[in-house]
Design a protein around this ligand. Sequence first.
Ligand SMILES: Nc1ncnc2c1ncn2[C@@H]1O[C@H](COP(=O)(O)OP(=O)(O)OP(=O)(O)O)[C@@H](O)[C@H]1O
Ligand SMILES: [Mg+2]
Length: 254
Amino acid sequence: MSNDDYMLVTKDVTKAFGGLVAVRRVSINVRRGSITMLMGPNGAGKTTFVNTCTGVYKPDEGRIYFDGIDITGLPPHKVFKLGFVRTFQIPIPFQSLTVLENVLAAMNSNGEHPLIAPIRRAWIREEEESVKKAFDILNKVGLSAFWDLPAYKLGAAQLKMLEVARALAAGAKLIALDEPVGGVDPAYAHRIFNYIRCLKEDLKMTFLLIEHRIDVALRYVDYVYVMDKGALIAEGTPDEVVRNPKVIEIYIGE
Ligand SMILES: Nc1ncnc2c1ncn2[C@@H]1O[C@H](COP(=O)(O)OP(=O)(O)OP(=O)(O)O)[C@@H](O)[C@H]1O
Ligand SMILES: [Mg+2]
């Protein structure tokens, strides 16, 4: 296995909170240009694992390689700068800025201090290149018609796509999506996954997806890892995973 094939490689990543081992020796490989899903019941350790990969927590053990670089223990803003971007479970872009301004702000942010954006409003309009790039991104996530709306006027699903747009604007190579269709109605959930698939195909973007709505998500993903009680219990293609007795047991037992 060469690191060249994989955007993210983790080796035996472990993270405990006091006596609770939330993530136990988790090793995954996220292939470049794939949508790789992490599934598992509530409390399985999915969010903690992604937070440990992106520097929110330092792992107690294990190594994390992103785009061929050892990022173990790097702070979140450095991981972000390298292009590993996490979107939030509850999207929180700047509510009073327009959709376009939110994307422009992300282009100039370093992942830690994006609040300078409103001050830049006046001159940022002049930057035609940036605006063109922002519109390209908005087109790709189906938001270009809403460019001039303040973010607070968007629906839940559109806000999630705005988060993805901001990740793209920030130069993401790997986007971690934590429950992108949580609270979104089924029709729009499929639209969100279709956009994500298009981004994968058009931009060769890589996604690490955490999702509970496996009925909706599984048909869009390339590879799946299943966690339970902090540890990996299965992996494979969506077909393989849904037939895995250990996985069936967990989901029937829920
Ligand atoms: N900051 C923290 N401090 C202490 N315990 C935590 C912390 N974050 C998570 N945990 C615990 O770690 C375990 C894993 O939680 P985590 O949120 O990673 O699970 P999850 O798979 O994302 O669950 P869900 O599907 O509900 O989002 C849980 O038992 C949780 O209570
Ligand atoms: Mg979670």
